[in-house]
Design a protein around this ligand. Structure first.
Ligand code: 475
Length: 836
């Protein structure tokens, strides 16, 4: 064949883009051969997975490149989402859904005699996040692409993501996450766009050729940031955006001193220290540890990303003055808040801009999202540590602070305490840089992630800033992507819904309300119930295979899956289990609605109480699951290694979603939305987005209990004594006494003493105050479940009324309220569309 003939070129193109079954099969085998270097007789499951991943990736590339080209040509206004975490979950299935080729590819793989589900299962997910905050970033990337918004995600390519969790003897054991072990087919490295990041050293001032005062930073070391790009497809659009993650590498030979002095090992150590920056994700959720390496990580990815934006600006021939028109930067919590200072430094020191102009650009470009009210999550860095790592930045912070405090003085004369609270520097003891204050001063918009959370921010942690800048504050209630958390993870329910109301709901989730028309249709209710039943059956099989525990698929699947944290109160759930168990022990013939209690979630490795809560749950399970008196009516299962991949199995199987945090502590929650979207009913407090979920689904379709945030606060102020509850409630007392006695720990009365003591002497999360309301509410749940018809109606109405909680709605809100960015549709050339 003539390689120059159009026909030949089209055929090659077709192998990379074609969507016919035969083409897909040919492309798959071709990738197996030419990329994995294997043929079927010797290929491993992973080889097949990789061949399939590359086959799908090929089909993304035309879209990816065309998207980049279009944005470049149109100089499109772009959202830059800066986040230390992106908890993406497996890419393969999601891309198949978004490209609309799930069925074809499944058929092609099966015609080759392979098990398609097994190949999907083979993908090791990039666990580059801890929980809510990281997963929210991933949902937002999905929605940005789906809404055809020009956007870049910027973060860190951790070599080791969140640890894998094993349960041994009831305890959590952490295993290193080597997610890159077998290669990552979803990333492309771009070493040609590497940037340099400086650390340490000192500063010098000088007068430039125009006689202006300037500062030069002489760093102690320089680290290279190498970008790795991952395509982010939108659903049923041509848009394919980019997630750009930075990996730290030492420059070839950078420590000339050590090297020339023959101190080879010092040179090597320096190299290793540089590359340590992107080695590992800090495994804390809702907590900051104040480690210097964490600050290095934050500055590293922020500096890389800002330099990258300036490079893009230059390539598009846009003057630096127009930075805020070209880019809208969202700070995902304070983790990237050093952006405020680094952008100032780049504009002034590297591009010769004067202060006022640089400050105008900075404060018109940045917006800050707060994700937590917990004081232990507020980031602050000791001044000395900060100054050693970022001497120039500390100077700039002092200057920002000087000017800022002048503004505060003008607005609130003689209010010394206010000045002390608002200062970017905490001077109440050892001096610290306060990153939330920095983010508030440097951003034009500040948002919370649920209505209640935003209100609590305004009257609590950020009150002073609200009084100073009321116009900056706004709410953006979180959302979740229905593509991953319904279409991909619950295709049975998704198909049923689409048969009834068409498939527009996938992009316009409000359309789910049309399901309300079918709530009185007995056939629909039956089908709806049968689907839930089949999925529960599947999870039961999985539980049997992985834990050897038999669970009854007809029991209530009562699930609490989320990071283990005292404020989330997994131990309140445990107290309820023991309550029911005690009732059975006291009266073995008692009428009890069978329940399966499922828990999933990781504890931060250094969080002793959280790890002990895992042990408590498993210990209760060991007793309850074996006790013949229980007659299988209660089962307790801790599901190992809860991650995105596993979550996708869990949400669809839930009857009951546990959202039981102490009111005022959970900023929003997003698992609550995923459960309800999949037809679980919620038992929950008036916390975070639970409030809005209840508003949407109706109070009669939501199991509410517990103190409100105001009541929690008032009780604290009035002097809360958990002992009052303990002594006045015999059932509660028996529960605590049983745990304390060693009943669930082979007679060891010491094992759970820290939990018992914590509850009896202090109870910071007010479990005892909410205990009775919770147990009573659970009784209502059990009653409701007895009436399957009523339950199914409630469940259907939950699904039908979840439209608000699509991340598409959240992203539209951000686009209109903060980013002021419009969609840029991507057109593909003819032949690709013909194939599609
Ligand atoms: C909230 N993580 C959820 C979710 O908005 C909310 C903090 C410090 C260091 C490391 N990780 C963190 C968080 O604060 C976090 O994940 N917050 C969560 O953000 C999305 O739905 O209520 O707890």
């Amino acid at each position: 064949p003539n390689p120059n003939s159009t026909q030949e070129i089209v055929r090659i193109e077709d192998d990379r883009t074609g969507l016919g079954i035969e083409t897909l099969k040919r492309a798959f085998l071709d990738n197996l051969f030419y990329i994995q270097g294997k043929f079927p007789a010797i290929a491993t499951l992973n080889d097949y997975y990789m061949a399939l991943a590359y086959t799908v990736r090929d089909r993304l590339f035309k879209r990816w490149i065309t998207t980049a080209e279009t944005y470049g040509n149109q100089k499109a206004r772009t959202v830059c989402y800066l986040s230390a975490e992106f908890l993406m979950g497996p890419h393969l299935g999601n891309n198949l859904i978004n490209l609309g080729i799930y069925e074809q590819v499944k058929q092609a793989i099966e015609e080759l005699g392979l098990n398609f589900e097994e190949l999907l299962e083979q993908e090791e997910e990039p666990g580059l996040g801890n929980g809510g905050l990281g997963r929210l970033a991933a949902c937002y990337l999905d929605s940005l692409a789906t809404l055809e918004i020009p956007a870049l995600g910027y973060g860190i390519r951790y070599e080791f993501g969140i640890f894998n969790q094993r349960i041994q003897d009831g305890w959590q054991v952490e295993i290193t996450d080597k997610w890159l072990r077998y290669g990552n087919p979803w990333e492309v490295s771009r070493p040609e766009w590497a940037v340099e990041v400086k650390f340490g050293g000192h500063t010098e001032s000088f007068t430039d050729e125009h006689g202006a005062y300037r500062v030069r930073w002489i760093p102690h070391k320089v680290v290279n940031g190498i970008p790795y790009d991952t395509p982010i497809s939108g659903y049923s659009v041509n848009t394919c955006n980019t997630l750009r993650l930075w990996s730290a590498e030492a420059p070839e030979t950078f420590d000339f001193d050590a090297f020339n002095a023959g101190d080879y090992s010092r040179a090597v150590q320096q190299k290793m220290a540089s590359e340590t920056i992107s080695k590992v994700l800090y495994p804390n959720d809702n907590l900051t540890q104040g480690k210097i390496l964490r600050l290095e990580q934050q500055f590293f990815f922020v500096s890389c990303s800002l330099q990258d934006m300036i490079r893009i600006l230059e390539r598009q021939g846009i003057p630096l003055e127009q930075f805020p028109e070209k880019f809208s930067i969202q700070l995902n919590d304070t983790h990237p808040s050093i952006t405020v200072v680094e952008l100032m430094r780049l504009l002034m020191d590297e591009h010769g801009m004067e202060w006022n102009k640089a400050w105008g650009i900075t404060t018109r470009s940045l917006a800050y999202t707060n994700h937590t009210l917990l004081p232990e999550a507020l980031e602050r860095w000791p001044i000395s540590l900060f100054g050693q790592l970022l001497p120039r930045h500390l100077e700039i912070i002092f200057e920002i602070n000087r000017r800022f405090l002048d503004d505060v003085r003008l607005k609130f004369p003689d209010d010394w305490e206010r000045l002390g609270r608002m200062s970017l520097i905490d001077e109440s003891g050892e001096r610290y840089v306060r990153m939330a204050n920095l983010a508030c001063v440097g951003s034009f918009a500040i948002n919370g992630v649920a209505a209640l959370h935003t209100e609590l921010l305004k009257e609590g942690v950020l009150r002073d800033f609200y009084e100073m800048y009321p116009e900056k504050f706004n709410n953006k209630t979180n959302g979740v992507t229905p593509r991953r958390f319904m279409v991909l993870s619950n295709f049975r329910l998704a198909n049923l819904i689409s048969r009834k109301i068409g498939n527009n709901w996938v992009k316009h989730l409000e359309e789910l309300h049309k399901l309300e028309d079918f709530v009185d249709d007995p056939d629909f209710r039956r089908e709806f119930r049968e689907i839930k039943q089949a999925i529960k059956q599947d999870l039961a099989v999985y539980i049997k295979r992985t834990t050897n525990i038999d669970v009854n698929p007809n029991s209530i699947f009562d699930i609490q899956s989320k990071r283990i944290h005292e404020y989330k109160r997994q131990h309140l759930n445990a107290l309820h289990i023991v309550t029911l168990y005690n009732r059975i022990k006291a009266n073995p013939d008692i009428d009890i609605t069978p329940r399966t209690f499922l828990f999933g979630g990781k504890a931060a490795p250094g969080y002793y109480m959280a790890k002990l809560i895992i042990k408590l749950i498993n210990s209760i399970g060991d007793v309850v699951n074996r006790d013949p008196d229980v007659r299988g009516r209660l089962k307790v299962v801790f599901l190992e290694n809860y991650n995105v991949k596993f979550a996708q199995r869990v949400y669809p199987a839930a009857d009951l979603s546990e959202q039981i945090s102490t009111a005022g502590k959970e900023a929003s929650g997003t698992g609550n939305m995923k459960f309800a979207l999949n037809g679980a009913l919620t038992i929950g407090t008036l916390d975070g987005a639970n409030v809005e979920i209840r508003e949407e689904v109706g109070a009669e379709n939501f199991f509410l209990f517990g103190l409100t945030a105001d009541e929690v606060y008032a009780k604290k102020v009035a002097g809360y004594n958990p002992m009052d509850y303990y002594y006045s409630n015999p059932e509660l007392k028996l529960v605590i006494d049983r745990i304390a006695s060693g009943f669930f720990s082979h007679g060891d009365a010491n094992l759970f003493k820290p939990i018992v003591d914590n509850l009896l002497y202090g109870d910071p999360y007010m479990l005892l105050a909410d205990y009775q309301a919770y147990v009573d509410c659970q009784e209502q749940v059990s009653q409701a479940y007895q009436d399957q018809d009523r339950w199914t109606r409630m469940s259907i109405l939950n699904v039908a009324r979840m439209g608000k909680f699509s991340s598409d709605r959240s992203i539209r809100d951000y686009c209109e309220g903060i980013w002021h960015v419009q969609s840029v549709p991507i057109k593909l050339e003819e032949y690709v569309q013909e194939n599609a």
